[in-house]
Ligand binder design. Structure first.
Ligand SMILES: [Cu+2]
Length: 344
C-alpha cells in the first residue's frame, strides 16, 4: 500500500520538525558564565553515558546471545556470583559519582551567582581597574524595570551592557515571584519582593539576546519578555545618551506606582532619569511614603521593637480593584505606617 508507506515515512520525519524549533543557546551562549554552565551540562551527560551506553548495548547483546533458539550459548541456571564482575559493576559508578561530585563542588563555588567575577573569559582575568556595571532589576506585573544607578536612568523591557565588562545585577520584585533569565548570559536567578538576589555575569559577544521570566507569575507572564543588547563601548555610550535624552523624563516614586499597576506586553520604554532612592524604596516596600520601610521596621525590631504602641501604628489599605487601572496597586488589609514622612 504505497499511501500508507508514504504516510509512515512522513510520520518518521515528524519528530525532526520539533527539533527544528530547538535553539541551542544554552550550549552555544555568548557569556562566559553561561558558557561554563553549558560545559557542565555536556560533561555530566558524557559521564552518565559511560554507564547508559554499555547497559543498553549489553541488554540488547544478552537478549540476542542467550535467546532460546541459540543452542551454542552456555546455559548456567545455577550461576549466581562473580567477584570480578561485582568489582567492575560497583567501581564504575563509584568513580563517576566521585568525578561528578568533584565537578559539582568546584563549579558550585566558582559559578556562585553571588561571587564577583574573577575572569572575563577563559583567557582574560578581571583586573583591579575593571569596575563592574551595576544594574538593578525589578520584576513587575508583567514587565521588567532596569535601573542604572551610575548612569541615573531607568528602562522598561530593554537592557543593554557593554561587551566584556562584568555586570552586577541586583534583583528584586514588586509583587509575586519571578525569575530573571537571559539564557545567552547566565543561569536564571529568582526575583522576589522584599528581598534582593544577585547575579554576576559578563557578555562576551555583541548582539541582541532574549530575556524573560522563567517562573510563572500570572496572566501576563508569557509577554514578560525583553531584549538584552550586548554593545561595544562606543555603542553603549551612544545608547546611554539616547536613554538620557528620552522625552519620558524622570521615573519618580509617583510614576513608579503607576508603572507598577499590572499591564501586559509593554513595549520598551526609556526614562531619562530616575529618583535616586527608588530602588531602595522598592526593595523595602515603601515606595508609598505612608508605609514604613522594611529596613526601618527591622532596625526597630532589632532594637527591641516599639512595644504596645507599635500595635497601633497601622493603617487600613484601600482594596485594590483590578479594573481600576489608574489607582496605584495596594495590597488589601492593614500595613505598618511610616514613623515620619520626611525624606531620607
Ligand atoms: Cu523549588
Amino acid at each position: 500500500m504505497p499511501i500508507l508507506h508514504t504516510l509512515r515515512r512522513w510520520l518518521l520525519l515528524l519528530p525532526l520538525a520539533f527539533l527544528a524549533g530547538c535553539n541551542t543557546v544554552l550550549l552555544n551562549p555568548s557569556g562566559d558564565i553561561a558558557n561554563q554552565q553549558g560545559r557542565l551540562i555536556v560533561v555530566s551527560t558524557v559521564l552518565m553515558l559511560i554507564i547508559i551506553i554499555p547497559v543498553i548495548a549489553l541488554t540488547v547483546f544478552f537478549a540476542w546471545r542467550y535467546r532460546a533458539s541459540n543452542k551454542e550459548a552456555i546455559y548456567k541456571p545455577n550461576w549466581d556470583h562473580s567477584t570480578q564482575l561485582e568489582l567492575a559493576i560497583w567501581a564504575a559508578p563509584l568513580l563517576i559519582i566521585i568525578a561528578l561530585g568533584a565537578i559539582t563542588w568546584i563549579s558550585t563555588h566558582t559559578l556562585d551567582p553571588y561571587r564577583p567575577l574573577s575572569r572575563i573569559d577563559a583567557q582574560r582575568p578581571v583586573t583591579a581597574d575593571i569596575k563592574p556595571l551595576t544594574v538593578e532589576v525589578v520584576a513587575l506585573d508583567w514587565k521588567w524595570l532596569f535601573i542604572y544607578p551610575e548612569q541615573g536612568f531607568a528602562t522598561v523591557n530593554e537592557l543593554a551592557a557593554p561587551v566584556d565588562r562584568p555586570i552586577t545585577f541586583k534583583i528584586t520584585a514588586s509583587s509575586v515571584m519571578n525569575s530573571f533569565f537571559i539564557p545567552a548570559l547566565a543561569g536564571q536567578i529568582y526575583a522576589m519582593p522584599g528581598m534582593e538576589t544577585k547575579l554576576h555575569a559578563v557578555i562576551n559577544a555583541p548582539g541582541e539576546f532574549d530575556g524573560f521570566s522563567a517562573n510563572y507569575s500570572g496572566a501576563g507572564f508569557s509577554g514578560m519578555r525583553f531584549k538584552f543588547h550586548g554593545l561595544s563601548n562606543a555603542d553603549f555610550d551612544q545608547w546611554v545618551r539616547k536613554v538620557k535624552s528620552s522625552p519620558e523624563g524622570e521615573l519618580s516614586r509617583e510614576r513608579y506606582q503607576k508603572l507598577e499597576v499590572p499591564s501586559e506586553r509593554e513595549p520598551a520604554k526609556h526614562f531619562a532619569s530616575v529618583s535616586p532612592d527608588l530602588y531602595g524604596a522598592i526593595l523595602n516596600r515603601c515606595v508609598d511614603r505612608s508605609k514604613m520601610c522594611m529596613s526601618q521596621m527591622m532596625a526597630i525590631d532589632a532594637d527591641g521593637g516599639l512595644g504596645k504602641p507599635g500595635a497601633y501604628n497601622v493603617a487600613t489599605a484601600k482594596p485594590w480593584q483590578p479594573d481600576d487601572i489608574n489607582s496605584p496597586k495596594r495590597a488589601y488589609g492593614k500595613y505598618v505606617t511610616a514613623m515620619c514622612t520626611t525624606e531620607e
